[in-house]
Design a protein around this ligand. Structure first.
Ligand code: SF4
Ligand code: SF4
Length: 190
């Protein structure tokens, strides 16, 4: 039974004089090659050129701050638990009274690391986080020459304090989540 219509029946018929010259076949092959010179390239000259990614592309993570600049992460460990690649590790610390302007919750992540070589950018950490502290972004993880540079700590993950340098993640959130965030009766939103 024929599975596709692409099969060709091979025959052993003798080649004609023109076929034996091979020039027509070579010419045909050259024309195909030549046509690709003028076709639109499928590749880009990265990193000089960069593609525009979707707002919901799952790239490098960000650890968010709240409106007052405090780190949102409370080191609950749910992201690490949800991570199928076991790429996240953290060390929790109790917040001191003098540190209330730095950390949003009573407990914070003293260290927080993601191994970008293990990460499969599935986004489950983002979904598991109850504090809206971790989000994936459309930024690409940089290429490096050594493996240890792929361990991203808080210095690379926590967003800058300056308002104009904050990472906008609003387009990643579905309307239901944005509606929920407006409800100030929820402790989550205070
Ligand atoms: S994106 Fe997936 S694999 Fe990467 S750290 Fe988050 S949960 Fe783990
Ligand atoms: S990023 Fe979210 S889920 Fe992960 S430890 Fe911090 S608060 Fe918990």
């Amino acid at each position: 039974m024929q599975l596709t219509n692409r099969s060709k029946i091979v025959s052993n018929k003798k080649m004609t004089f023109v076929e034996r010259l091979y020039f027509p076949a070579i010419f045909k092959g050259m024309m195909i090659t030549l046509s690709h010179f003028f076709a639109k390239k499928a590749t880009i000259d990265y990193p000089k050129e960069k593609r525009e990614f979707s707002e919901i592309y799952r790239g490098q993570h960000v650890l968010k701050r709240d409106d007052q600049g405090r780190e949102r992460c409370t080191a609950c460990g749910l992201c690490a638990l949800a991570c199928p690649a076991e790429a996240i590790t953290m060390v929790a610390e109790e917040r001191l009274p003098s540190e209330e302007h730095l950390y949003r919750e009573e407990k914070y992540a003293k260290t927080y690391e993601i191994n970008m070589l293990r990460c499969i950018f599935c986004g489950l950490c983002e979904e598991a986080c109850p504090k809206e502290a971790i989000f994936l972004t459309k930024r690409i993880v940089d290429a490096e020459y050594s493996r240890d540079k792929f361990i991203y700590g808080k210095d690379k993950l926590v967003e800058p304090l300056e308002l104009d340098l904050r990472i906008d993640i609003s387009k990643r959130q579905i309307p239901e989540v944005l509606e929920f965030k407006k409800d100030k009766t929820q402790r989550h939103n205070k």
